[in-house]
Design a protein around this ligand. Structure first.
Ligand code: SF4
Length: 449
């Protein structure tokens, strides 16, 4: 096969903003739909990819070395599958891939993708980088300050909608109510972004309350259900393509799912900028910068959590609180992959009643096997009720095997739930009517959850 010098890769130029459609791999479904609006507002033409199927992984395997971590393999396979589809004008198509800027391989996927494009016969396709670390400075795709603020808002809104949906949908009286409301808010927030509003800290704080109040008004019957947290490497944790529709599978098993928010990962990346200087030396200004940024994000996160609590929902721990949880278990210097954050998320889930946890681990991901699977025994020793199962995701793992392993974990969870329910007979059911027809409050203690 003819190969070309991959160093001479085509750049995404400023002019391409008007001429090219940028394809984006899907990850956190709700968040990415909102981010699409922010990119369109900034003048980019974008499409979030939804193609899936076994050919995606097969293409990844064909054009990327087979010891590459599974998320990279899938993302690259999904891009190639889209380009092969004949749906796109190949002279006016570009790709967008994220670079974390950390020490892990995620910063280098972009080079693997460029190499794969040349090998697959698409050397003309430019690849742009989405990063917060100043990488690829010569690219025509840059995050301006307004765009950056809008992306931050989209992540906060995405986290809120995801959490509210997950805590409401399993209990709704009329199937479809929650999803319809989520669709409404995705459209509304996208509309705000297009009108250049709704993304300042002040506007978000007001919006959080309105959103929570509408979810809390959905008629529900709160009965005890198995509560399952999902943690893991960022891509397989969120992406239905990466985790074989894990969230939907758990919903079909009648579970309430808790997926810790994407903003936690963003804050973790910012925290690491300061932590690197603290550990290895460097410009003190970077520590101050990261602390200032974290404190601004915390002021918004505080309002988000307060709005959730006021609506009777379980609010996740703020990043500031997460930072304290791994003390004595893993150091804050463990910052490859999802690092100490993954361990902290497992502890937080167990502490807040989501003691059943799926830890999604991709093939080839050494860091997350250490901070995920490697920490499970330690967490179990500290929290004996922790019911954690690590699940490996790779091109050869079958969905049936993964689901069977999760079912074993759920069997233990269901048994415990039944034991607790028996101990608390008669079962208490809370409905909007029980609460005087007003806003149905989610009271986990009263509902025996
Ligand atoms: S965290 Fe794991 S999956 Fe992600 S780039 Fe690093 S090794 Fe790969």
């Amino acid at each position: 096969m003819e190969t070309r010098d991959v160093k001479a890769y085509p750049k995404f130029t400023k002019a391409m903003k008007a001429t090219h459609t940028i394809l984006i791999p899907n990850m956190a479904v709700l968040h990415f739909r909102l981010i699409k609006a922010a990119l369109e507002k900034a003048g980019y033409r974008v499409e979030i990819l939804g193609n899936c199927g076994s050919q995606v992984a097969q293409l990844g395997l064909k054009y990327v070395h087979n010891d590459t971590c599974y998320p990279a393999l899938l993302v690259i396979g999904q891009f190639l599958d889209a380009l092969n589809s004949g749906k796109y004008d190949l002279d006016h198509t570009a790709l967008l891939i994220s670079q974390t800027g950390g020490g892990c391989r995620a910063s280098n996927y972009i080079h693997l993708l460029r190499k794969a494009l040349v090998k697959a016969g698409y050397p003309q396709i430019p690849v742009a980088s989405l990063n917060f670390s100043g990488l690829e400075k010569d690219s025509g795709f840059q995050l301006s300050l307004p765009l950056l603020c809008q992306v931050v808002a989209c992540i906060f809104y995405g986290d809120l909608l995801m959490a509210l949906q997950n805590q409401t949908r399993p209990y709704e009286d009329k199937k479809g109510d929650t999803e319809a409301l989520t669709e409404h808010w995705i459209r509304t927030i996208s509309g705000w972004i297009m009108q250049n509003k709704g993304y300042s800290a002040h506007e978000m704080k007001h919006a959080f309350k309105r959103i929570v109040a509408q979810y809390a008004a959905i008629p529900v019957t709160r009965v005890p259900k198995v509560k399952v947290g999902i943690v893991g490497e960022i891509y397989v944790k969120y992406s239905p393509l990466g985790n074989n529709g894990l969230e939907e599978f758990l919903a079909s098993e009648d579970c309430e799912v808790n997926l810790p928010g994407l903003m936690g990962f963003v804050q973790y990346c910012i925290f690491n900028m300061g932590q690197t200087i603290r550990l290895y030396g460097g410009a003190h200004a970077e520590i101050l910068g990261s602390e200032a940024l974290l404190s601004w994000l915390d002021s918004i996160e505080k309002e988000l959590c307060a709005a959730m609590k006021a609506g009777g929902y379980h609010a996740p721990a703020r990043f500031k609180e997460l930072e304290k949880l791994p003390k004595g278990i893993i150091g804050l210097g463990a910052k490859m992959g999802e690092g100490w954050l993954l361990t902290a998320e497992m502890i937080e889930l167990v502490q807040s009643g989501y003691e059943n946890i799926v830890c999604a681990q991709p093939f080839g991901c050494l860091p997350n096997h250490i901070v995920g699977k490697g920490m499970i025994n330690k967490i179990r020793a500290l929290y004996p009720t922790a019911n954690i199962t690590p699940i490996d995701y790779d091109p050869s793992a079958t969905r049936v095997n993964q689901e069977n392993r999760i079912k074993l974990m759920l069997a233990v969870a269901k048994e415990r739930l039944n034991d607790r329910a028996k101990a608390k007979e008669p079962l208490l059911r809370l409905t909007a009517e029980d609460l005087g027809g007003g806003m149905p409050m989610l009271n986990h203690t009263a509902a025996g959850l």
